[in-house]
Design a protein around this ligand. Structure first.
Ligand SMILES: [Zn+2]
Length: 419
């Protein structure tokens, strides 16, 4: 916006506000709202509210400004989602409420240990909350001291900002995204005792893929290309996910031909920083084999690995035999732990489980060391964050042949085979 225009708006505001605020302060605040994409009229309204009648909003923080480990957090936000789950804490089952809040600057996940009696769409003023860092993102916590008050007002909606899939991350405000639906599935889910229909799947653009959930029937078709305006980003174990509901607008684009959605190659330090990624490719060297590699027995009920024939949950059970390789892969920029399942292990070792069963544990570990330790692997899958750091869940793996002599030899073999 031209400086002259800005001056006019600020003068107008100052006329109403008198000496409650200086022109410099007001300009600073006004510019920040515009930076967040808040429409001018809504920015003015919010600023008037901030400095005018509702003086209790004065010291609230914008979500985008929240840092980890802040106390006495005061925000004004709309509830985008709220869910309930059960968690076991010191042997006792407790209910946890979690969801997503938004204001005009961005979104933030929250967790509460008691029923706050709030629902989706409510506007709440929150005081005495605190923040923590969780999986690389700021999270808001409602402890014993929290005060929550419902407000009869609307939080201005910021203009959605256009993003490419590779740049999506939790905390950004309203999102505009153009992409192709690669998969879509209709599901019925239980939301706090009420059955709802959701449409979930995968959307891709030329920079990558991301899971999505639509809480409204937009008649999304597989391979259709859409512009989605007004979505927001949720994070599941570090993986960003696009979520949109009836407040979003979805436009089907008439585009000929398919749009290529390549697999994004990601350096491991980016996965560590972002805390997760969906359907990406990494390439790194196996630097360490971890305990638990080899033949294992799994619980038939819950698939957990048995320890001395016992499941942590189901006690002594008849186990199901399985084989896996647990290792650390490093690409020079960062590291991730990876567990290869039976099929991938068989492929990497070049032996079937029946053959592996014939080997002693020592022989099998020697075989793994020989075949994959210090070898570069190219792996495709999802990266998640857990309490141990980044875990990569592989979908496909290949050993990268880097040995030139070896490759020349193979090529020669191939050529000879052709004669
Ligand atoms: Zn079990």
């Amino acid at each position: 916006m031209a400086t002259e225009d800005l001056k006019t708006h600020i003068e107008e505001l100052l006329n109403i506000l008198g000496d409650k605020v200086t022109a410099e302060e007001l300009e600073k605040e006004f510019r920040r709202f515009l930076e967040y994409g808040v429409p001018i009229e809504q920015a003015k309204k919010t600023l008037l509210k901030k400095h005018g009648v509702s003086s209790n909003y004065q010291d609230r923080t914008l979500i985008v400004d929240l840092q980890p480990n802040e106390k006495n957090v005061h925000i004004l936000a709309e509830v985008l989602s709220i869910n309930k789950k059960h968690a076991t804490v010191r042997g006792k089952t407790r209910e946890i409420y979690y969801g997503l809040l938004r204001d005009e600057s961005g979104t933030i996940p929250f967790t509460a240990w008691k029923d706050l009696e709030i629902e989706k769409g409510d506007v709440i003023e929150v005081t005495n909350a605190y923040t923590r860092e969780w999986q690389g993102n700021v999270q808001l916590n409602f402890g014993d001291r929290v005060k929550i008050e419902k407000k009869e007002m609307e939080i201005p909606t910021s203009e959605p900002k256009s993003y490419k899939i590779k740049d999506l991350h939790p905390g950004i405000g309203s999102v505009e995204l153009e992409g192709v639906i690669l998969e879509v599935e209709r599901r019925n889910v239980d939301v706090n005792g009420e059955e709802k229909t959701v449409f979930s799947g995968i959307i891709g653009d030329e920079t990558g893929k991301t899971p999505f959930t639509a809480w409204y029937d937009f008649n999304l078709k597989k391979e259709g290309r859409y512009k989605i305006k007004g979505g927001y980003i949720k994070s599941w174990r570090g993986i960003p996910q696009l979520v949109f509901d009836e407040n979003a607008t979805v436009e089907e684009l008439d585009v000929e031909g398919s749009v290529p959605t390549p697999i994004r190659r990601v350096p491991l330090h980016i996965l560590v920083e972002d805390g997760g990624a969906f359907d990406v490719e990494i390439e790194g060297t196996v630097i360490e084999l971890q305990q638990g590699s080899g033949l294992i027995n799994r619980c038939p009920e819950c698939n957990r690995v048995l320890i001395n024939g016992e499941c942590k949950i189901h006690g002594a059970v008849e186990g199901i035999e399985d084989v896996r390789i647990k290792c650390i892969v490093d690409d020079g920029t960062g590291a991730a732990s990876i567990s290869f399942n039976r099929e991938q292990t068989e492929k990497l070792i070049g032996k079937k489980m029946e053959e592996i069963k014939e080997m002693s544990e020592g022989e099998f570990l020697d075989e793994i060391r020989d075949k994959i330790l210090a070898h570069p692997l190219r792996i495709r899958g999802n990266a998640l964050t857990d309490s141990f750091g980044v875990t990569f869940i592989p979908r496909e793996v290949v050993i990268v042949e880097r040995n030139i002599v070896d490759e020349t030899f193979k090529l020669q073999e191939k050529l000879e085979g052709l004669q």
